[in-house]
Write a protein that binds this ligand. Structure first.
Ligand SMILES: [Cu+2]
Length: 318
């Protein structure tokens, strides 16, 4: 690096061996962490079930690798300096250095460069996560104290209805809905390999709609309609209308990620990705059971609009 560190003393070979061993141990640890299993290589990130989630996973892994390498270098230099310039006898006084200009320039510029690189990657991933793509499915999601309502469209969506999100136009003519309650955890059923857009409505306070497996969450704000899209991967569950509407297979969890009141913790839901035909029969089954409305239910339990009246809703059959 061309940096001159003062006080170079004797016996550097021991020091080199020691710091070499340290770096080797840390590198082995990092490899163990990243190379062993699929789960370990994700460094705690859930297995992405959406294409967008892959971008977030890559950012997460890349950031960890960068900070680990920085940590190894920094710890290595610290321990090397402690060892290399240790006091060797009672009368030994280390070289008194007031400043080292190249070193100071380096440790000012290097972190700034790192922040720029992190920022660049973060903005790129954020743009991917917020890209609505071309959704072929739109679900109106309502957060209400303290559960969720999922409004699944029936038929083909009219995308132009979403150009103005706050007007009274919705992409579908009919909806099949699921209303979660304090004692009933709803399931958000999604078709596989499909881009679904979530329009987020709040009936009362700020909630946050998120699914770890999608690597995505977003605030649900009263008076404002936030939205994001996810493209699901292959199905992990099945729906069987003839078998008492059974959803079988692997489901995962979603939740409210904004403290919204005393029963905030109850705002959990299950997510099931099913085949496209299973999804159709699921939404049809909702309609057949009477959970059908011409407009999505957006008001939770507090709405006064007839289509939004939740009081008459039965719970989704299990
Ligand atoms: Cu909430």
């Amino acid at each position: 690096m061309g940096l001159h560190l003062p006080g170079a003393g004797s016996k550097p070979s021991h020091a080199r061996a020691r710091s070499g061993a340290l770096v080797a141990t840390l590198t082995a640890g990092a490899l163990l962490l990243s190379g062993c299993t699929d789960e370990a290589s994700r460094l705690g990130f859930p297995e992405p079930r959406s294409e967008q989630g892959e971008h977030n996973l890559a950012l997460w892994q890349g950031a960890w690798v960068a900070v680990l390498l920085t940590g190894i270098l920094t710890w290595g230099l610290i321990f090397w300096a402690i060892w290399r310039y240790r006091r060797r006898n009672e009368s030994d006084i280390p070289v008194q250095t007031r400043y080292n200009l190249p070193l100071e320039i380096f440790y000012t510029i290097a972190p700034v460069l790192m922040v720029i690189v992190f920022f660049d990657h973060t903005v790129k991933v954020q743009n991917e996560m917020l890209d609505d793509g071309n959704p072929t499915n739109v679900i109106e999601v309502t957060g209400q104290q303290w559960q969720w309502t999922f409004n699944h469209g029936i038929g083909e969506p009219d995308q132009s209805a979403d150009e103005n999100l706050v007007d009274d136009k919705y992409p579908y003519d009919k909806y099949g809905y699921v209303v979660g309650t304090g004692s009933h955890i709803p399931t958000l059923v999604l078709p596989e390999k499909t881009t679904t857009r979530f329009n987020l409505h709040s009936a009362d306070v700020i909630h946050n709609f998120g699914v770890p497996e999608f690597g995505m969450k977003m605030d649900v704000v009263p008076g404002r309609i936030n939205h994001y899209s996810i493209t699901t991967k292959e199905a992990t569950a099945t729906f069987n209308a003839s078998d008492d509407d059974l959803i079988e297979g692997k489901t995962f969890r979603g939740a409210c990620y904004e403290l919204c009141g005393v029963y905030h913790a109850r705002m959990i839901f299950k997510v099931a990705i099913v085949s496209e035909s299973d999804y159709k029969s699921y939404v049809d089954a909702l309609a057949q059971k009477g959970f059908e409305a011409e407009r999505p239910l957006l008001g939770g339990g507090k709405s006064t609009r007839p289509a939004d009246d939740v009081s008459s809703h039965k719970e989704e059959g299990e």
